[in-house]
Design a protein around this ligand. Sequence first.
Ligand code: ADP
Ligand code: ZN
Length: 761
Amino acid sequence: MVGAAYPIAMAGVYKMADRAASSHPPAAESGAPPPPPRVQVLLPLPLAGAYDYRVPAEIPVQPGDFVLVPLGRRHEIGVVWDPPPDGSEAIDAARLKDIEHRFDVATLADVARRFVDWVASYTLSPPGAVLRMAMSVSAVFEAPPRPVVAYRRAGESVPEGVKLTPQRRRVLKLAASGPPLPATDLAREAGVGTGVVRALAEAGMLVPVALQTDVLPIQPDGAKPGPALSADQEAAADELRARVAARAYSAILLDGVTGSGKTEVYFEAIAAALRQGCQALVLLPEIALTVAWLDRFAARFGAMPAEWHSELSSKRRRQTWRDVAAGSAKVVVGARSALFLPYPDLGLIVVDEEHDAAFKQEDGVIYHARDMAVVRAHLGQVPIVLSSATPSLESVVNADSGRYRRLHLPARHGGASLPEIAAIDLRRDRPPRQRWLSPTLRQALSDTLAQGEQAMLFLNRRGYAPLTLCRACGHRLQCPSCSAWLVEHRLVGRLQCHHCGYATRLPEKCPACGAEGEMAACGPGVERLSEEVAELFPQARASVMASDTITGPRAAAEFVRAVEAHELDIVIGTQIVAKGHHFPMLTLVGVVDGDLGLAGGDLRAAERSFQLLYQVAGRAGRADRPGRVLIQTADPDHAVMRALIAGDRDGFLAAEAEQRRRAGMPPFGRLAALIVSSADASHADATARALARTAPRMEGVEVLGPAPAPLSLLRGRHRRRLLMKARRGIDVQGLLRDWLARVPLAGDIRVQVDVDPYSFM
Ligand code: ADP
Ligand code: ZN
């Protein structure tokens, strides 16, 4: 079919064996005028738009088909998009190239294509870059796996001339007793070489049988009854079931305190979707949470859902993609990228922990998965459930205005009480020098251990120390390609940049003044805290849970199991311990630095800090033992601390909303950031200034900057920021498009557009 220069994705591409068997209509019925012989094909590349191709008579295609097309000297897989708009005969027919091949995989549904267009247009990304997320596994287009051949015993008789060695007897005995096994397995179990098995097969004493390789796994059962629900839970579940049955768009904010049974309630919505035979998608912010969630799901529905995240093997990804596209994967749980899978019949979307900042993707196509999930639900006319104990201000405002329906679960399940939260004033209750636990927190830890209960210490800082400096000259160790300090990770004996991954050994001499043995760690990370804990409580079993010590969902599951089994007394963790977990014996949560999240001071610092601390607090006292939470802070009068202590979430949100409304900030106004970057600082500056000069000037729009980004150097690129602030209702994307078109970008200059920014770094 095509030449040798395949792009990587093309290894082993196969042709459809039998076109007659396909569901596609023939290209043209006799008598009817032939359909236009050209279509647009969108390629998963950052191009401006779709390209035109000719449709050869022998390859009938329809929108959504995956096809192979030539592109320059290469061959690319793309998707048949829309027919070319009328009168777009710009490319002369002679220059049109032919579609080369159509793949035998499910077509990309209409709604999925419109979603790609929508996201591209909203985020100002090339549509092909968005399509790439929907096609993320190129291996899908390779030939399907060959069936595995297994062997079973042919019968009792021994053909003429076949000698039965002891080795052969062992193989035959095995093959007669168990299920058919592939040659390698049979040989291994019999303790012989595979040659022995093959010889027996040739002699006709073993018969080959094809093993089904992708047998459909058992499906989750929507008819399986869940737990008996409380009255509040039942009312919420009822409403969700009705909305799933209605098969129409609606957005529901499932707002309930930690441990109130939000998961049980949205499981009822999933059950309803399953009974209806449509697909359901659940987005989780953190793959570390997946395994616990999967176990719960499996217990509730009798089978596993399909998983989707970056840690899957390519084989699993490929199988999952195909199962989703074929509609046979009924429930998908995954990270934000699961939103772009090719669902043919999605009937429900759930976004769990909807407030979580991890739903914002910060590179490539910059998008917020929660917001785009709402768009996807709207395009597909299905309900979406946003679940959280600390909903984002965006969602709260939408609920208050009636755009979202709010379902409320006010109490913890089974009468467990919410933990008591108190502040420890670090100005009075001081930790010793070079230590971070105050006397009050130490006492609380010791009391908790004495009662045989568990404690959690929360510090949102990975590694040993966030900063290393020279005691002789004050020099600070910085990343060579980022404006960021190097973080010491003592366990692995390295200094690391948390932005670009640069790593180096701790120098013995100061690189600035040459002084020897003067490099000193400054401030605590979780590793350093665990040293302090070991010193104070040598008998306690303590362990650190952070994204670099717990790599991947399995490790997280093992950690969670160890905590649940009470194999640990003290858990020391970063934000990955804050979320979702249910540890019945955990009664004390100590927040080591409650002010840490407020330091940056960006738009959402207070909101995020409140959410994170409330979530951490929510790990305490989830079962019959009451919990307590102690937050160390140098500013106990800060609005965030006061709200946490008073348990006044709604008051806090109302005050926060009022401030944002007055400042015209999201969700009451709109923001978009431009990040200009270049390896050359003067180029970055020149372009940033040119953008400022040509910025849109109109009523209701304000452009701030340019200013050096807080991370003014990242991976060797100098970064400048501009921020556009616009009144609601202004066509931000239109303005941005016109604006960017006015400034030519030369050399290695890049301008990233971040619509609705969450990071201001
Ligand atoms: P949330 O998602 O709101 O934090 P969960 O759904 O995780 O709450 O519920 C907290 C705990 O209470 C879980 O262990 C859950 O299984 C249990 N639970 C909640 N509702 C019920 C119920 N109706 N019957 C039995 N157990 C429940
Ligand atoms: Zn770096």
